[in-house]
Design a protein around this ligand. Structure first.
Ligand SMILES: Cc1cc2nc3c(=O)[nH]c(=O)nc-3n(C[C@H](O)[C@H](O)[C@H](O)COP(=O)(O)OP(=O)(O)OC[C@H]3O[C@@H](n4cnc5c(N)ncnc54)[C@H](O)[C@@H]3O)c2cc1C
Length: 387
């Protein structure tokens, strides 16, 4: 008889677990407390604007995403391979490493020697230190301060001095080899495409406790041969009495609209001079026209420290070189637990088996990324199958 497995949570980890289990012939029920799949990878439509719940790009070249083949099922638009570094009144356009590795740093942001040192950094591995320290120690001082620190702070949602060099190197390599972009219709289309491959997902079912092979929920009890807990780490810790929980980092994504786009650029803008609370901003409707109704523009911006809307507007005025007083605030998403911090002594992958027939998956079990979440789900499913 087919093994019966309950997966708790329909985020990327839970969906990946369910798809793996079903492909191996298991009978799977996914229990999800919210009204939709995707967890942190979802979007809302507000007054005709598509707002992703936190700015994030999908990397189509992540190994786990390639393995699933989901990108072929959605309308995917690749992001610009340029980032813009705001410095004084200037915008320094930097070809990202995918298309023009050695154009990454022009003379205002670093020298040719720094470029070569970046390559050496990518090739070397020294566990125990931070990605920020290592980049600096590899002689990337000016390039680090002016470009890499502001850019990577937006990627890790934390100071790169707090992020393990091992994870940092992996993330930079994924970025160098990556193809980041967004689905038409918002990031939720990616999650919905994955969910379409799962037979039985029950939405609005909140899991309250787990005992051996029984799951108690807001909609009654469920029994299974194995249970995979693929919730966020805080809920998993409560359900399973876990004591070791990684530090979480948060962010706020701000969506503003205006009639005229302040720039034609489709690129991510970072501030090399730290003149306000934003770690990055982008006129997202320049890249994704369907994100804003006709005749309107949508600007997505991210901050990681507590701040006010007026501070955000002041920073946006500097970064776009325009008055932002008439811009309308469309939405603000506070995401206090956006990512687990890949701290200095954090192992990159840890075991999925907890006890009895209970397994665990989530980005905090692997790497704090879409790829990490998907990988952790697949590994938990394989462990459950052979247990
Ligand atoms: C703002 C932001 C930007 C990001 N940027 C990037 C990026 O650019 N690149 C990248 O690779 N990654 C990025 N990430 C990270 C990536 O989105 C996450 O690592 C990944 O989506 C985590 O998936 P998960 O399945 O582990 O967890 P989650 O998405 O948190 O899924 C957990 C699911 O469990 C459900 N659940 C919780 N409790 C219960 C319960 N009691 N009963 C039933 N269901 C429950 C939740 O509703 C949720 O659906 C970003 C994340 C954020 C928030």
């Amino acid at each position: 008889m087919a093994k019966k497995v309950i997966v708790i949570g329909a985020g990327l980890a839970g969906l990946s677990a369910a798809i793996t289990l079903e492909s191996e012939g298991a009978s799977v029920t996914v229990l999800e407390s919210s009204d939709r799949p995707g967890g942190r990878v979802t979007s809302d439509v507000i007054d005709g604007f598509i707002c992703d719940r936190g700015f994030q790009l999908i990397n189509a070249n992540y190994p786990e995403i390639k393995r699933l083949g989901t990108i072929k099922e959605i309308e995917f638009i690749s992001a610009s391979s340029i980032i813009e570094v705001a410095r004084n009144e200037d915008r320094i356009r930097i070809g990202d490493p995918r298309s023009a590795f050695f154009s990454v740093f022009n003379s205002q942001t670093g020298s040719i020697f720094e470029k070569i040192r970046l390559l050496r950094y990518l090739l070397k591995s020294k566990p125990g230190s931070s990605v920020g320290e290592e980049l600096k120690n590899n002689g990337l001082g000016r390039t680090y301060e002016r470009v890499l620190r502001p850019f990577l702070t937006g990627v890790f949602l934390a100071d790169p001095l707090l992020v393990s060099s091992e994870y940092g190197r992996t993330a930079i390599k994924h970025f160098v080899k990556g193809n980041s972009g967004l689905p038409v219709g918002g990031v939720r289309k990616f999650s919905e495409a994955m969910a379409a491959h799962v037979n039985d997902i029950r939405y609005g079912v909140q899991v309250n406790s787990i005992k051996k092979n029984t799951v108690s929920t807001s909609k009654g009890k469920f029994e299974a041969d194995a249970i995979i807990v693929a919730t966020d780490v805080t809920t998993a810790a409560q359900l399973l009495d876990l004591t070791e929980v990684p530090q979480l980092v948060g962010c706020t994504t701000w969506y503003h609209s205006t009639k005229e786009s302040p720039t034609k650029s489709k690129s991510l803008i970072v501030d090399s001079q730290n003149r306000g609370p934003l770690v990055n901003t982008m006129v997202i409707s320049n890249m994704m026209p369907d994100y804003a109704p006709i005749g309107r523009t949508l600007i997505s911006s991210t901050s990681i420290l507590p701040t006010t809307e007026s501070e955000v507007r002041r920073h946006l005025a500097i970064l776009y070189g325009t008055n932002t007083r008439s811009w309308k605030l469309v939405a603000k998403y506070d995401i206090p637990s956006a990512l687990p911090l890949a701290g200095l002594d954090q192992p990159l992958v840890s075991g999925a088996h907890v006890r009895d027939s209970i397994f665990i998956a989530g980005d905090y079990k692997s790497a704090p990324s879409q790829n990490g979440a998907l990988l952790s789900g697949r590994l938990a499913a394989l462990s459950a199958l052979v247990h």
